[in-house]
Ligand binder design. Structure first.
Ligand code: CU
Length: 330
């Protein structure tokens, strides 16, 4: 019974920990919730298949609105855990603290609709000085602020992204969060995007060191996945267009098996998933269960995500001796 109760809490928390991009902030002014933003079809749930079409714009519907922003100026993407954000008492606003990982921003010409090899990375922040980009994101209350390149005036789709690596120690455990919005760049910028960019369904591999990544192993450096940040992205004089940064070798047509069990599961109870935040357990400082080995033990205090990882590491052994081995399959 105890296990079942913990499982329900775990399921609730899985859904509770995520985030979505909800508004632009320009010159300190919020441009309106969902305005010029492709609201994701899948709520705040993560993407775990790096080849999914949701990697492009999170299944959001294209919108015709756009916000105006001057070339080379600062632009902020405001994210929240819930939509709309819970006013108070949400410990996972803007995202669960466990969701450590990098933050990146990509841009594409609006006419492309984001489809194909059209995306250029213009910002990234990974792990520096013992801090993850997500730690700063939380400190900034869900705001990601970048300086736009000195882009030529025109319409663009811009796409902030977070990768949460709290389960990145296992294949297809990393959680991808992205959202797209429309901007109309104004001003006299002259930089034009590289003619070829990356296709977001091919930008990462499940086995990239920055994706299949155990953040609990005392890592001292972190390799941000995907292409390099475009040199034209640095502000100042407009650079000559450069050849697109090389991405990893083309993903073979037989992508790695994506049959791994999905991370997000339906809550077994009928309780509403939103704000079903359990009072316990709190984020502990304890190291999580080891990533490998079926004999792992759960620390005395543990987070829900650690609990889930632990469940997974023990699944195979439990399978061997239980009559209903899939009961706790995540
Ligand atoms: Cu999450």
């Amino acid at each position: 019974m105890k296990t079942a109760a913990a499982f329900v809490l775990a399921a609730a928390n899985l859904v509770a920990g995520h985030a979505t991009f909800q508004s632009f902030v320009i010159g300190g002014k919020d441009q309106g919730q969902h305005f010029a933003i492709q609201t994701p079809a899948n709520g705040n749930n993560p993407i775990t298949d790096v080849t999914s079409t949701a990697m492009v714009c999170n299944g959001g519907k294209a919108v015709t609105d756009r916000v105006e922003v001057a070339s080379g100026s600062s632009l902020t993407f405001q994210w929240h855990h819930n939509d709309p954000a819970t006013v108070s008492g949400d410990n996972d606003e803007p995202i669960a603290a466990s969701h450590k990982g990098p933050v990146m921003v990509y841009i594409a010409p609006a006419a492309s609709n984001g489809e194909g090899a059209v995306w250029t990375k213009i910002y990234e922040d990974g792990y520096t000085g013992g801090k993850w980009a997500v730690d700063k994101f939380i400190a900034n209350k869900g705001a990601i602020t970048i300086d736009l390149p000195n882009l030529a005036a025109g319409d663009y789709i811009i796409r902030p992204e977070i990768i949460a690596l709290h389960e990145g120690n296992r294949p297809n455990g990393a959680q991808f969060y992205n959202g797209c919005g429309n901007i109309k760049v104004t001003g006299s910028g002259t930089a034009t995007l590289p003619s070829t960019g990356v296709d977001m369904t091919k930008a990462y591999k499940a086995t990239d060191p920055g994706v299949l990544c155990n953040i609990y192993s005392g890592l001292t450096s972190y390799e941000i996945p995907g292409p390099k940040v475009w040199d034209g992205a640095s502000s100042g004089t407009a650079p000559a267009p450069t050849t697109p940064s090389k991405t990893a070798a083309p993903v073979s047509s037989s992508a790695p098996s994506q049959t791994a069990t999905p991370t997000v599961i339906a809550s077994p109870s009928a309780t509403p998933i939103k704000e079903a935040e359990p009072a316990t357990p709190t984020e502990s400082q304890a190291a999580p269960a080891p990533s490998s080995g079926s004999g792992s033990t759960l620390p005395e205090t543990f987070t829900i995500e650690q609990f889930i990882s632990w469940l997974k590491t023990t699944t195979s052994t439990r399978n061997a001796r239980r009559a209903h081995p899939r009961a706790f399959q995540l």
